[in-house]
Design a protein around this ligand. Structure first.
Ligand SMILES: Nc1nc2c(ncn2[C@@H]2O[C@H](COP(=O)(O)OP(=O)(O)OP(=O)(O)O)[C@@H](O)[C@H]2O)c(=O)[nH]1
Ligand SMILES: [Mg+2]
Ligand SMILES: [Zn+2]
Length: 291
């Protein structure tokens, strides 16, 4: 039977199988055979050892379409970055770094600002407008009142999305909303898992429907960027693409005169917050001690 590893704990892998059941599996022999360790997200074939108890063994690990390092997950199709509009306030620099990290890993991103009940419409729109040209779709949601959930759900359909964002922004609460009223294959309404009441400690994939999965992850407040060369940073800013006529070539768009990007910022064509974040990350990368 085929399925997907949704959770791994202490040598056990929990496989959500095509029949809608989850089996607790060992991976005996797989590593010796393939030289690979199973990863959350992997599509596997299992031998059911005990149907009643839901026990099995992973027999085959299929090829991965992608493999993320942070968070560690196989076959993710996209990332869902979640921040709150308030409590906690959005940290734009952290958003920029996350966008960069996923861009470096080649993963498309959806950006979500949650808790839009806590700010007025104007503030919500302002946050969204900073990212209007970043290359990712931006959603405003309220997990508390189920607002914006259907639009988000449509973006997730048929994919494995990996959630990322700080602690307390409502990642688990959103997943809880997305899951609401999902019917399992056996016909009963799946339990609402009381997600969002506790801090998430381990990454875990939650099936939203037969073909749609989302990975909940623990929140974090900082991380290191993989990018080694500051001069590559500009390639990850979708906003800069139309501006190619800087006097100096190549131009870092930071200190050079007659910079087309800086002119666009001054004319309001590029978001000032995005540009300031760019300069800050650029300087951070420049200042990393080299051995
Ligand atoms: N007002 C308001 N509160 C919300 C909303 N969404 C979530 N919360 C609350 O915010 C708190 C944190 O929510 P979680 O879903 O646990 O946040 P998380 O991002 O999963 O946090 P970690 O698991 O620690 O990373 C909870 O008290 C939620 O009830 C929202 O849209 N509006
Ligand atoms: Mg959580
Ligand atoms: Zn320039």
């Amino acid at each position: 039977m085929r399925g997907r590893i949704i959770k791994g704990i202490a040598g056990f892998y929990y496989v959500y199988a095509d029949n809608g059941r989850t089996y607790e599996c060992k991976a005996k022999g797989i590593f010796r055979k393939d030289g690979r360790k199973p990863l959350v997200g992997d599509i596997v074939d299992i031998d059911v050892l005990d149907e009643e108890e839901g026990l099995g063994n992973i027999a085959v690990l299929t090829e991965r379409s992608s493999e993320l390092i942070r968070p560690e997950v196989a076959n993710a199709d996209q990332a869902l970055i979640v921040f709150a509009l308030a409590h906690p306030k959005p940290n734009y620099l952290l958003i920029d770094k996350l966008l960069l990290q996923f861009s470096l890993q080649g993963l498309p991103v959806i950006l979500c600002f949650n808790k839009d009940d806590l700010v007025d419409d104007e503030d919500a729109e302002r946050a969204a407008s900073i990212y209007r040209d970043c290359g990712s779709r931006v959603f405003l949601t309220c997990a508390r009142d189920n607002k914006g959930i259907d639009e988000l759900k449509a973006e997730l359909k048929g994919r494995l999305s990996c959630v990322a964002g700080p602690s307390g922004v409502g990642k688990s609460s959103l997943i809880n909303c997305l899951q609401d009223n999902v019917k399992t294959q056996t016909g009963d309404i799946s339990r609402k898992a009381e997600r969002g009441k506790h801090t998430t400690r381990h990454s875990e994939i939650i099936p939203i429907s037969e073909d749609t999965f989302i990975m909940d992850t623990p929140g974090f407040s900082s991380f290191d960027i993989f990018l080694k060369d500051a001069e590559e940073l500009r390639d990850h800013y979708n906003e800069f693409i139309p501006y190619k006529d800087c006097r100096f070539q190549p131009c870092s768009h930071t200190h050079e005169p007659d910079c087309d990007v800086k002119a666009a910022v001054n004319e309001g064509k590029i978001s000032a917050e995005r540009y300031e974040g760019y300069v800050q990350i650029y300087n951070e990368l420049k200042n990393i001690r080299r051995y």
